[in-house]
Design a protein around this ligand. Sequence first.
Ligand SMILES: C[S@@+](CC[C@H](N)C(=O)[O-])C[C@H]1O[C@@H](n2cnc3c(N)ncnc32)[C@H](O)[C@@H]1O
Length: 300
Amino acid sequence: MDLPSVKANPPFQQIKAVLEKIPSGDHVWDLDGDEEKRILNWLVKLIATNMEWIENTDEREDLLVTVCQMIAERSGRMAAPTKVRKFTMGNHKEIRILEPSLTYDTLGFKTWGSAPLLSAHLPEWETPDPSIRALELGSGTGLLGISAAHQLGWQMVCTDLPEIVKNMEHNVLENESLVQENSGSVECHVLDWMNPPSTDHPPAWLERPFERVIASDCVYETNFGRLAIALFLKYLAKDGIVITEYPLRHTHLGEIAEFEELMQKAGFIRDTGEEIGQEDFGSRYPVTCRWSRWKYSNSV
Ligand SMILES: C[S@@+](CC[C@H](N)C(=O)[O-])C[C@H]1O[C@@H](n2cnc3c(N)ncnc32)[C@H](O)[C@@H]1O
């Protein structure tokens, strides 16, 4: 790509034309690493000048906003602005997911690498059945729950922390016609693993056991595995199936090993496999993920 020298004070139209060619949004990582570096360098040099030579303030403002946005998109997931990501299902339908800017407290504002993988597996493992009620723990943006309701007609109860549920509800509404297409539904509720509703007076949506409990990328802090298992034991039907998938991050292998050992101690056996997904935390990179379908050993 031809990038005009910043020192030559390129005019508005020339800069605008170059910016239109620089990949943005879903395409932000389309170019190879060296070309990306060259572009980021050029954007940073440009913003450092404030483009003072462009006298029309509207035109200058327009360029400044676009350049800032492009730099932010390339500055790691924590700095990236709110965006809509599109996920294409096996049936070629597209689920659109709003992902607000991320902070460490709002990890559920991003769709993580294992969620699209699990969304793709569900129709391989399950035949559509609208009588199935499924609980999802730590649903985040809601992609997995929405895809399960859409592809399998499941009655989904998607849950997360209070600050995450509003964006999840937004995504469910945005994809309402897909959710309902095969008689599925999605309810969103707060379910904090550290402080679940009391068993004596459960809310209506937790009164009956679920045929499936699903969780994508929820085993990454000390105790999360233990907390999740307590909820599986509480909310899964005796002949139900727990479906999990998580990236095998080298920083969290201890938590994962503990979770898998505790699942066996709790009486679960599983089918399992590994596959490569894509993470986009800062830049796109491959990540190995492990899926599992867990059943009570005495139910098989
Ligand atoms: C790594 S994200 C995975 C989100 C989503 N399942 C995905 O795969 O895209 C972990 C999720 O667990 C949620 N979470 C963390 N602690 C939680 C807790 N104590 N109770 C409920 N959800 C929690 C986070 O808010 C976040 O949505």
